[in-house]
Design a protein. Sequence first.
Length: 319
Amino acid sequence: MADADPSNDTIVYDVIACDSNLNGTYTIGGAQANFTTLEDAVNMLYSCGIDGPVVFRMNPGNYSAVEFSGDIRGTSAINTITFTSANQDAGSVVIGEDAVTALKLRNVSHLKFNRVTIGSTASGKLKTTVLLESYIEDLDFYHCNLLGNVTTSDASTYVVYYNNSSNSTIYLKDARFIGNTILGAYYGLYLRYPAGSTANCLPNAKTLSTIIIDSNYVAEQYSYPIYIYYYAYLKSVSHNVVKSHDKGANSYGIYLYYTLTDRIEGNRIYTNVSSYAYGGLRLYYVNYPTAYGSGIHKAMVCNNEVMSTGLTVYGIYAS
């Protein structure tokens, strides 16, 4: 017998049919695109997988917040998935501007975000612009706008957030943040125990966790623009423009705590302080611990410029 009243049904499901794996270039946004919404594209990725490099060209517009949870079948260092603006204008594509979390990545690898905007500088709801969780490998943010609220004083707000623990079996492996504009929140780029354990910092380890933070503009944070804490191999933190503002919290423009670092070069750090201070570049036990490569990693710290207005602060403080 047919259901006389389907309006009272409590089980709803979607069926996604796949005639092949995804491979090549697709469009997102609008009736004429391959996928109407970003969520449609992500659902298809998880349902069908890929068998070659995939590029999603996103048409101008606002897109809802999105979550990636679990590896996508077929991805690899060659078969990557890229999300980019169709017109190569980062400001034309906005993801999750009014969400609590604009983009969540959990236990997923081989994703690249190129010239898109994630989050909003004005959203009162936004807590974390980019939330990274569990094991993540081969991740790129390239020439994106990564935006948090520029007026908040909430210490639990972040633009990019990865919070791991000591001796964890999960970690952040091979992440690159290059040429982005990172604005607002209490912290800009916050990575805690990104390598998980000392074993993932050793230069010859197959599990070596490599992080590059280069050529970004980081500003308008309430506290720390760049904060990296424990167990991290930073291949490069270079050529960033960092502006630390007098918003009510002591901070350093770039704060590296118990990390291994190859190169810290050409950063321009501006501090504007009248009542709160610390300074420009803080290096605490950088390249010191023998347990994860001291004596093998040699750090080059050169051509960094720290400019301060207001209180006298540390330029570079190493201990």
